[in-house]
Write a protein that binds this ligand. Structure first.
Ligand SMILES: Cc1ncc(COP(=O)(O)O)c(C=O)c1O
Length: 390
């Protein structure tokens, strides 16, 4: 009895912490069944990394810390959300079918290849649970997006971190060399968060083809929509060719859906079935979000416009950094990483005191700032604050 009350209050507090959204809903059921110690360590780890985001004031002059797209969602999407409200007392089963059909048709896959959830985060967590089972090794680049490996490590997996190459790209050869009989998954983030670097498509394809014969390869393509030809750069073609590759996509970035929560993976039907055991899937996605995603999926004019504005803001940022004498890593995504000349947390709090939210990292024994690309006004605010402390 006491246990079930604790469990219920844990679920409730988790939901509140996540902003009352379905952020973790894809995994709550399974997490709730875990021993308390593990639940806590999963959450602590996630929140430690996201502290800058979760503790940020609700109103910030320039919110450049979570790689969101301030140009979205589109007008079409907002209209679809409004129109969906009257029938939002109904479960969106049929609409969900329309959405999965649309995505599967565009990508040329079967619906059995597709698993959707409230953002890609719940599926990353499901993957951490499934592929990290039994203390398996999860190989990632370092630094890279750490959601999946840190959750896996909190649940008992071994996180094998492989440094980047000298030009801040994923070191595929070194990652491949780390594969052992205990490897459960290789996680590739392309373009990589937080460096914004992108791998050569043919080199990555060859790597995935080879490596996936030994262990599954997870390719997180959260930022692929920022590349000139996302379909050509995607590893979905290898899923279609039958390789054991799991490709994750999200509507949170170029589509501007971070607060709406919609994402998916495309993988072999067996892998989809495995991950379904650890996620709630379709039932996590709200009717307004389903309507939004149907209306906005591949809305070319909006996507191209958001991309154009992002590129203009990014060029402006490059000019500011150059003028102040700072080097940066050229980015293929909606954020830029550059080396700073003071301790990272101090830099972030100096910027925050000036109303500008950014993130900081330490690697190669150096301090780095990652700044997301916002509107031109936000980049100007960044520039004004940065000039004061640089
Ligand atoms: C590489 C990468 N993958 C996945 C996510 C999670 O995105 P979401 O859960 O909003 O789909 C993020 C969020 O920043 C990310 O940077």
């Amino acid at each position: 009895m006491a246990n079930s009350i604790n469990r219920r209050s844990w679920i409730k507090s988790t939901a509140i912490l996540a902003g009352g959204t379905a952020f973790f809903s894809g995994a709550i059921t399974k997490l709730a069944a875990m021993p308390k110690k593990i639940q806590q360590s999963v959450l602590n780890d996630r929140f430690a990394d996201k502290a800058a985001v979760l503790n940020s004031p609700p109103v910030m002059k320039a919110r450049l810390l979570a790689n969101e797209n301030p140009f979205g969602p589109s007008a079409t999407v907002k209209k679809a959300i409004q129109q969906s409200l009257d029938s939002s007392y109904q479960y969106p089963f049929m609409h969900m079918k329309e959405l999965t059909g649309k995505i599967a048709a565009y990508e040329g896959v079967q619906e059995s290849n597709l698993l959707m959830d409230a953002g890609s985060s719940p599926i990353l967590l499901a993957s951490a649970m499934f592929y990290g089972k039994g203390g398996a090794e999860i190989i990632t680049a370092d630094p890279s997006y750490n959601s999946l490996p840190s959750d896996a490590a909190a649940l008992g997996a071994t996180w094998v971190k492989v440094p980047l190459t000298a030009d801040y790209k994923l070191d595929l050869d070194a990652m491949e060399a780390k594969i052992t009989a205990k490897t459960g998954l290789v996680y590739i983030c392309n373009p990589n968060n937080p460096t914004g670097t992108v791998l050569d498509t043919e080199k990555l394809k060859a790597f995935c083809e080879r490596v996936s014969k030994k262990v599954p390869v997870f390719v997180d393509e959260a930022y692929i929509d920022y590349l000139p030809d996302p379909q050509a750069a995607s590893m979905i073609s290898l899923v279609k060719a039958g390789h054991n590759i799991i490709v994750a996509r999200t509507f949170s970035k170029l589509y501007g859906f971070a607060g709406l929560r919609c994402g998916y993976v495309i993988a072999q039907p067996e892998a989809v079935k495995d991950l379904m055991k650890y996620s709630v899937g379709n039932m996590s996605i709200s009717a307004p979000t389903v309507a939004a995603a149907i209306a906005g999926y591949q809305e070319k004019a909006f996507l191209q416009d958001a991309l154009k504005k992002t590129l203009a803001s990014k060029e402006f940022l490059y000019t500011v950094l150059k003028k102040e004498g700072y080097d940066y890593i050229p980015s293929s995504a909606n954020f830029v990483m550059f080396q700073i000349r003071m301790e990272g947390s101090r830099f972030a709090s100096e910027m925050s005191n000036r109303g500008v939210g950014v993130r900081f990292w330490k690697f190669n024994d150096k301090d780095w700032c990652r700044v997301s690309i916002g509107t031109m006004e936000e980049m100007q605010l960044f520039a004004d604050a940065f000039k004061q402390i640089s």
